[in-house]
Design a protein around this ligand. Structure first.
Ligand code: AMP
Length: 551
């Protein structure tokens, strides 16, 4: 009988792609080499502004010096709470040059969430937007370990104040230093600190995981460089490639797949503050990127734009969807609208430093004929994925169980959480909390989150399967399915749906549509229409929130 250790997925790669780089240099090392090789090459584009590799190197040297002068020592943590602006990148490189780690913080977090992260990570420095500093970060930071406060304006490093995204205006603070002013004032070589080694902490990435308060996953420099270098080798983009940062840099997918990979290859990263479909399409037209990655919901939003044309996507060599389920119907709709582009699924978690499975170059992921689920890809070389039952034993290929991942991209643990680390990472293997199965060719299918299973009259219903059917209905833009309490069945299936602009459909019609296509216990008994489904800042539809409001 074939076992997971036989790694059937390797047959999808060429021999060259299988040759893994042993101990790839850290992304900071590769960035420094790229800056030395071609200092004039654009590292960042931000609306109409450009920051070259040489400038980015000098600015991050200056900020690293300033941080060090103000007492930021190797091993210290800098919280970076910014949208996709150049100062995010300057701060990240500066913290690494000063020997520290970065704690990316979602700028949409409220006081309580920020206070928890600053205290838990023991962050002694923070950089946030001017607006956030005045609104609540000043007060929150005052009660935290933070001693160094820096602010950034989204109006800097470009001249076009686009009213659709840049509404804040300039509001410098007396008690927080501007990032760029600090970087320029302290110009000179970077602090005399050793460059990071593979096991050093690069990021502490807060993730809610399956339950409880957010925990800080420790992404080491080795974790990041493994995934970044692999991606660069497999993608093989031209030297002057532009990558568009669709996913936010404060999330691991944006940080690794867009930024770290591009900076280690000497590519250009185009930033556009935050996701706004019209602005994103303009950026595609202006910067002509070869690659981007984002959650499936971002592509659904782009597809809903009547002005999106195939020409807008003509520069792309690859577009990946990751971080959230990708319904097969969206792949096909995207292919038609983009003039033939294949939207490549990819699967990963914060705890595996972004992807651990993706669609190999030149392939298309199969759809499981029974459930209609699109495969998320195959594990990359150097990666081990097993499917386990409740007792931790491997289940046969084709059978569902918990997805377990090991490899050089899996984090060593959670910050200051030995018990949670031991439970989630027994022997270093990550128990993902996702249910999935693998076919005999090594294609991985994610069925759902373990905790989102609905038990209707004792039958298991995976919300994803029902959502995938809803997505095939021409009027449906977004769908989320949850279990709601039902006195007869225990739980029954409820769907929340948002419609495409201009489309119409009644709940009864959608219920009948699903009833025709799904087993009797699976089709939704209730459909509720919403204008927009609640989502996380990274584009995942918040089933949990819908379930709470329903229950
Ligand atoms: P995060 O740590 O925020 O990146 O979230 C990771 C979770 O996103 C995983 O545990 C999955 O539940 C989900 N996820 C990521 N990629 C996919 C995908 N391609 N299909 C389905 N779910 C996904």
């Amino acid at each position: 009988m074939m076992r997971y250790a036989d790694r059937p997925w390797l047959k999808h790669f060429t021999e060259e792609q299988l040759e893994d780089v042993e101990n790839p240099p850290s992304v900071l090392h590769s960035f420094l080499e790229a800056a030395e090789r071609a200092p004039a090459r654009p590292a960042l584009r931000y609306f109409d502004g450009t920051v070259s590799y040489g400038e980015l190197d000098a600015l991050s040297d200056g900020l690293a010096r300033r941080l060090a002068d103000r007492g930021f020592a190797p091993g210290d943590r800098l919280a970076v709470m910014l949208q996709n602006v150049p100062q995010f990148v300057i701060a990240l490189l500066a913290a690494w040059k000063a020997g520290g780690a970065v704690v990316p913080v979602n700028p949409m977090y409220k006081e309580g969430e920020l206070a928890h992260i600053l205290a838990d990570a023991g962050a002694t420095a923070i950089v946030c937007s001017e607006r956030a500093w005045h609104d609540y970060v000043r007060a929150t930071a005052a009660l935290s370990p933070v001693r160094i406060a820096l602010t950034a304006s989204e109006l800097d490093l470009q001249t076009r104040d686009d009213p659709r995204v840049l509404t804040a205006g300039r509001r410098p603070a007396d008690d927080a230093e501007d990032v760029l002013t600090a970087a320029r004032a302290a110009a000179g070589p970077r602090p005399d600190v050793a460059l990071p080694r593979s096991g050093d902490t690069a990021l502490i990435s807060y993730t809610s995981g399956t339950s409880g308060r957010p925990k800080g996953a420790i992404n080491t420099h080795g974790n990041i460089s493994f995934n970044a270098h692999r991606q660069v080798r497999v993608q093989d983009f031209p030297a002057d490639a532009v990558v568009f940062a669709l996913a936010p840099l404060f999330h691991i997918t944006g940080l690794v797949c867009e930024l770290a990979a591009a900076l280690s290859a000497g590519h250009t990263v185009a930033l556009a503050y935050r996701f706004e479909p019209g602005v994103v399409l303009d950026a595609f037209r202006e910067h002509r990127p070869v690659y981007t990655v984002g959650p499936s919901t971002a592509f659904m939003a782009l597809l809903a734009r009547p002005d999106a044309t195939a020409e807008d996507f003509a520069s792309f060599q690859l577009i990946s969807s990751g971080g959230a389920p990708l319904p097969p119907a969206v792949v096909e709709a995207f292919r038609i609208r983009s003039g033939g582009l294949y939207l490549a699924n990819g699967y990963g978690l914060t705890e595996c430093t972004a992807p651990c499975a993706s669609v190999p170059p030149g392939r298309e992921a199969p759809v499981d004929p029974e459930s209609g689920t699109l495969a998320v890809g195959v594990p990359g070389p150097g990666t081990m994925i097993r499917i386990l039952d409740d007792k931790g034993a491997e289940v046969p290929f084709g059978e569902s169980g918990e997805i377990a991942v090991s490899g050089p991209m899996v984090v060593p643990g959670y910050w200051n959480k030995p018990e949670e680390s031991a439970a989630a990472l027994p022997g270093g293997e990550l128990l993902t909390g996702d249910i999935g199965f693998m076919d005999e060719d090594g294609w991985l299918y994610v069925v759902d989150r373990k905790k989102d299973m609905i038990s209707a009259s004792g039958f298991k219903v995976w919300p994803r399967e029902v959502e995938d059917v809803l997505y095939t209905h021409p009027a449906v833009r977004e769908a989320a399915v949850v279990g709601v309490p039902d006195s007869y069945r225990g739980e029954s299936v409820k769907a929340y749906v948002s419609l495409r602009p201009g489309a119409s459909a009644e709940p009864a019609e959608l219920i009948a549509y699903c009833k025709e296509r799904l087993a009797a216990y699976k089709y939704p008994r209730e459909v509720e229409m919403l204008v927009e489904l609640p989502k996380t800042a990274t584009g995942k539809i918040l089933r949990r929130e819908l379930k709470t409001s329903a229950g």
